[in-house]
Design a protein around this ligand. Structure first.
Ligand code: DHB
Ligand code: MG
Length: 643
């Protein structure tokens, strides 16, 4: 954890947050930002003077780091040039009332702008001269869609040519990285000539850069731009001014300001630590796997769920020493059914019905992980425990789901032995019912898929990426019969079949899709399906179908298509079709899987077999699954439409 004592001032542009200007300031301060960029529109629509804004900010302990933007200033033909200088003087008045000394001038986008760096430099030098008389400064930023200036080096050349101490460069990661421009040369600039640094990430999208910037920016770590490379270059220059988040994003405009602000600060703390500055962060955990999942149930749901688990080969393996909590086990998979009254689980049950209320990851060092989570402003959780019972440290995911951290250094098994009466493998005594065969043992939990409310994907990506060091995979679009689902998986870096943590996250704008219905019907986010890893899907599904496991029937059309899509021999194809197994393959390997119908229309299970180095999730088959589940749910079997 290399870190320098220097901690950057952390700032956020008001355009990044929802609400009125005072609400934005209040949220930024409450979460712990040092400063804000006042975006001009937020001031124009505020029913109070700039001096009022200054007083509100001061009262909240917030510095106004910059006033922005000042547009279309430089290199205009003559009558406009004079008017622009007058305009600058009026905005200097505003800045002095606001109590900020820096204004952001973004490169001119007007068709009438003159393509002449010398004119641009002369105009900016004149503006800087006027600013200096009032102890103000001017920063010049290249917009990626500027008419003549759209790269940082062009802006820097103009700043150099103007050669005025009150004029400096502003760099914004988005504009540089969106054009795929090389930021490395920023390292060679004198750091004190960079007046301000704005950070933004974005998902990779193919669209015009203006629309991309105005609607799809997000916080560093939420997108796919190499913000780290940009920041390393900036910091190598010696720049030590504020790091400021400037995010134009339709979802952020609608989200609660404090949630957005918290994500922003988490992102900046992470970015700063990665760059080797600030107090530093404890290393992310090595996640060995999902040790258990806990379901919130009442007595009726417990009985129904335990029957379903029985059909999947799970046995009742233990009972908690002091609570209404039961352990179900199959091979390496532990599922806990919690029907204890007056507990966090029962609260969860009241809100969401039968559902997963906690996940437990096995990590190399739980205490270090908790310290990292705390430094990243996560909410920690401490459950009351009985005498002699193990206290498992936990934190809350952004939706409130508990994530327990089981320390792999301590004997993992002992969390079960300390807290549970464990039953022998086969119940003793004549009255014991003969156990059904379990089929091949499950290797572990392969992945846990979650449905998230629309607009919350970025928040969860940031959480898992920064706290756990999970790697976000590319975005998938899955067609549900009733709308589109977007899916992005976060995977622990060393995940292998039967090991590691994989968390596909799904969102849907439609309320009628599997994801949309889950979120609206169960009041919020949650675990939507759980996939168990097996080394032999064929044997497992064959065995479990005999025990009545409710695997989904797959349309014959699917297998006709499979036969032409992949080079499968007839015997393999016949096996897949007979067991109704879904199939995918890529250059790395193969994937065989089967889904159950959903439990209470809430969540469902999957069994997956990974062969070779296949790392995906069979997303190509999700549409089939969703269509079959929808048909079962609606009772809309084709027979109804055929006479
Ligand atoms: O989209 C814009 O106009 C705009 C304005 C100011 C900025 O700093 C910026 O990065 C973009
Ligand atoms: Mg900017």
């Amino acid at each position: 954890m290399p870190s320098s004592a220097f901690t950057f001032k952390k700032s956020i542009a008001t355009v990044s947050l929802s609400g009125t200007l005072p609400e934005k300031l209040e949220a930024a301060a409450a979460i712990g930002f040092d400063g804000v960029e006042i975006f001009e529109n937020d001031l124009l629509t505020f029913d109070g003077s700039p001096a009022d804004v200054r007083r509100i900010a001061e009262g909240l302990g917030l510095e106004i780091t910059i006033f922005q933007p000042f547009r279309d200033f430089e290199a205009m033909p003559d009558p406009i040039r004079a008017r622009n200088l007058d305009r600058a003087e009026r905005k200097f008045d505003v800045m002095q009332e606001l109590g900020t000394d820096l204004v952001l001038v973004c490169s001119n986008v007007q068709p009438s702008a003159i393509d002449d760096p010398a004119r641009a430099a002369a105009d900016l030098a004149e503006m800087a001269e006027r600013a200096q008389r009032r102890n103000l400064r001017v920063g010049y930023e290249a917009l990626a869609w500027g008419r003549h200036v759209n790269r940082w080096r062009q802006a820097w050349n103009i700043v150099q040519r103007a050669d005025h101490p009150a004029l400096g460069l502003i760099v914004d990661s988005f504009h540089t990285l969106a054009l795929n421009d090389d930021p490395s040369g920023i390292a060679d600039l004198p750091g004190d000539r960079i007046f301000f640094v704005q950070l933004a990430d974005a998902p990779t999208l193919s669209m015009d850069v203006l629309s991309w910037s105005r609607h799809f920016r997000n916080f560093p770590g939420q997108g796919q731009l190499p913000v780290r490379r940009f920041l390393d270059a900036v910091l190598a220059s010696g720049y030590r001014g504020p790091l400021s988040l400037e995010i134009f994003n339709d979802e952020f405009r609608a989200a609660p300001a404090r949630l957005t602000a918290l994500d922003g600060l988490r992102s900046l703390i992470h970015v700063e630590a990665e760059a080797g500055f600030g107090p530093g962060l404890p290393a992310p955990p090595v996640c060995h796997g999902v040790e258990f999942l806990e379901f919130a149930v009442d007595a009726a749901a417990r009985d129904k769920l335990s029957a379903l688990l029985g059909s999947l080969g799970f046995r009742h393996a233990g009972r908690h020493r002091s609570k209404d909590v039961d352990l179900y086990r199959q091979g390496g998979v532990n599922l806990v059914l919690n029907s204890e009254e007056d507990s966090a689980a029962s609260e969860h049950f009241q809100m969401h019905g039968p559902s997963v209320c906690a996940m437990a990851f096995t990590v190399d060092d739980a205490a270090r992980t908790i310290a990292r989570a705390e430094a990243l402003r996560c909410v920690l959780w401490r459950e009351r425990v009985g005498d002699g019972e193990r206290k498992i440290p936990a934190l809350r995911a952004p939706d409130g789901t508990l994530i327990y951290l089981v320390d792999g250094k301590e004997a993992r098994r002992s969390i079960w032995e300390d807290d549970f009466h464990l039953f022998a493998e086969e119940p003793a005594g004549q009255e014991a019912a003969p156990q059904p065969p379990h089929g091949p043992p499950l290797l572990g939990i392969d992945h846990v898929a979650q449905a998230l409310p629309f607009g919350r994907m970025d928040s969860f990506v940031l959480f898992y990426r920064t706290v756990f060091g999970f790697v976000p995979e590319s975005l998938w679009e899955l067609p549900d019969p009733y709308g589109l689902i977007r899916s992005r998986a976060l995977v622990s870096p060393d995940a292998e079949p039967g090991r590691g943590v994989r968390l596909p996250l799904n969102i849907s704008e439609s309320r009628r899709t599997a994801t949309g219905r889950f979120v609206s019907a169960t009041s919020g986010a949650g675990v939507h399906h759980i996939a168990f890893a097996t080394a032999d899907a064929d044997a497992l599904v064959t065995d479990r179908l005999a025990a009545g496991a409710p695997f989904l029937p797959i349309p014959a059309n699917y297998y006709d298509d499979l036969a032409v899509k992949h080079p499968l021999d007839d015997a393999t194809l016949a096996t897949l079709k007979d067991r109704e197994l879904l199939y995918d393959r890529d250059e790395q390997g193969e994937f065989l899987h089967a889904y159950t119908d959903s439990f209470d229309d809430r969540f469902f299970f999957e069994v997956v077999e990974r062969r070779g180095g296949y790392r995906q999730f069979g997303a190509v088959n999700a549409a089939v699954r969703m269509a079959v589940q929808a048909q079962l749910r609606e009772g809309a079997r084709p027979e109804l439409y055929l006479d």
